[in-house]
Design a protein around this ligand. Sequence first.
Ligand code: CDP
Ligand code: MG
Length: 836
Amino acid sequence: FGLLREVDSYLKAYLSQKYINGACFSDNSLSSLSGGGSIATGEGLAQQQEPLVQNNVVRERILRHRSLQLREKQQDWQESPEGQKMLEFRRSLPAYKEREALLKAISENQVVVVSGETGCGKTTQLPQYILESEIEAARGAACSIICTQPRRISAMAVSERVAAERGEKLGESVGYKVRLEGMKGRDTRLLFCTTGILLRRLLVDRNLKGVTHVIVDEIHERGMNEDFLLIVLKDLLPRRPELRLILMSATLNAELFSSYFGGAPMLHIPGFTYPVRALFLENILEMTGYRLTPYNQIDDYGQEKMWKMQKQAQALKKRKSSIASTVEDALEAADFREYSFRTRESLSCWNPDSIGFNLIEHVLCHIVKKERPGAILVFMTGWDDINCLKDQLQSHPLLGDPSKVLLLACHGSMASSEQRLIFDKPEDGVRKIVLATNMAETSITINDVVFVVDCGKAKETSYDALNNTPCLLPSWISKAAARQRRGRAGRVQPGECYHLYPRCVYDAFADYQLPELLRTPLQSLCLQIKSLQLGSISEFLSSALQPPEPLSVKNAVEYLQIIGALDENENLTVLGRNLSMLPVEPKLGKMLILGAILNCLDPVMTVVAGLSVRDPFLMPFDKKDLAESAKAQFSARDYSDHLALVRAYDGWKEAERDQAGYEYCWKNFLSAQTLKAIDSLRKQFFFLLKDAGLIDCNKENCNKWSQDEHLIRAVICAGLFPGICSVMNKEKSITLKTMEDGQVLLYSNSVNAGVPKIPYPWLIFNEKVKVNSVFLRDSTGVSDSVLLLFGGNISRGGLDGHLKMLGGYLEFFMKPELADTYLSLKREIEELIQRK
Ligand code: CDP
Ligand code: MG
């Protein structure tokens, strides 16, 4: 005890000194921000002692002492009445029966694959079993378990639940870390974090020093980060033979992962769910009493609708997405004209190209009125659909007394207060309806759901490598996802699932969704591979579970070379290294760095935060015009969505100072929640840039040029290049063209959409998305000289290369005269560089 007391006082003195010097924060700031750091993940005591106590024996003793304390605490909780009740619940979960088998497999094998139905207790129980057994064996203080989640909201929700199950507050033995937020303490031994956070930690800590268990959850989703992490971990395992890796999946495709890890043992947790009746469109229409109308008996209005529907079907056919075409073949074979239906109010069509709000409304009304009690979970495609339907349903006459309906949204960006309501059981007689994205498929469990309504689609990014264009379309889900959605209805009693599409469409679904690695641009990933020093990009990616196409890899590498993050030999440049430290896409990181160097930081941080969170301008379905004109006010004829965002944010900050932020948002159709997120992201950027030594300590200086709108345009151009399209003002219309896609269009909410003339020869844009045509989101007008000076990478790769590349653009857009301007600019720059 004497020894321990001594050590304790040493430790205190040491930590306080560290704190005063601030030293530990400056070396560690990156790692702590990114989820690493000694305190974060429980290298904890063992590490912090090192400089003080050389003696291993003493270290061991301290660890043991802490471990014993943990064990005592755990026993106290488990013996308390609340603890007993909690244990009883936990023992009722299917995972409990497998507890010993799981622990045995984990201790005997470096890699274990665990599968089990959603809700069986993988996420909340398995990490806890490991923690508990380590604590029971008096090794608690030495263990450090990291469990990754694909989404921030599940990392937060799960950690809160697990802390409650352990009778603790968050941040004691259980914590979480997601971008911008975290809750963890000195004694945190089990950390739930997003996969991205663990990848960032690997940047500064390649061997995951001190970590004893890594659990990768929801691997069946095949997210890009998870697939990437698996390659990195596979590489790490031989170097850390005592590290344990556990992969958890909700579906039964465990073999794939097991064989990837050389035949790792697979354990399945048999779950129990009640049977769920699957109803497809044909059954639903019959059941809900909608009349199917044969094609030739439709009145004029119906004829017109039918005609439109057929046109849409043709358009669908033209799209050459493989999944769409199998579904479309199926529809053709089944003669889907059948699915027009008449309700008392109107004639409706089921249309494979839209989500069918009308149909969802009618099904909801049917359940609310005719079916037994129980919560309804509706799967929609995305945030905007959810908000839109929620608005429509709020005052829907057919849903009856609004006080008897509890309408909730569930998506990745909801507020945590709203999050809790989703899990709570409503009062008797109140019908809970949750409108959710596919995140409610596996990562979130709402216990009282009895009815599931499945629209059959999910918004999915795909990537057209040939044209180097990302596409974002609501696409048909896979059979696995549909089954998963259905399963959500059978948690507490037999349930019903309303699939809002014909059976033949279901039959045409793919078995599993294509992994994200195969359907997204790979720029950020390639940059990460380089900054983690994982060798050749293409070689590394070829060892993925399902390697991406070589063309996608080539595009990504070329892009990184164009923006100057990689040199000709694929080596990381100084810019590239800096970019890899910033938690945003490379192009946005480049803007930040330039904003800092060119002293116009504030507006640039706003633009980048806005682009990486989401658009704060709301576009309510029924007030689109009003909302668009509200946004246009912020643009003050400068033809820039980005500058409009800066003005809106600045205005909000000012209103906040007068406590009028809320009214300001309401009046201007802005989302206060998004603006707040932008605000906190900006703060994080500031610290990261300051840490990297890129910001002048004098805060005034870094905003010396913040009012210079031309400079900000230039920085935006430097970041977003080569996202460029040429503007041709014609008499009545404006034609926009990009090099890859030919003619493109603007989203209607852009301040540049619908203006009679754009007085700039170019628009620089953040994102183009193929829906039916190619649409540009968020654009800013730029002049020739800005494009010449800031488009591309002058500083490295040489001016000639830059000219050659830009020349391609200029020639393509038939502006050869610009080449002369360019040559003279080039001479000037060369002189400047020589003088420097
Ligand atoms: O990961 P998996 O889908 O296998 O299940 P889980 O997330 O560990 O949840 C296991 C059980 O814990 C669920 O069936 C719920 O009954 C309960 N749970 C809860 O009550 N509240 C939460 N926030 C999370 C889970
Ligand atoms: Mg889970």
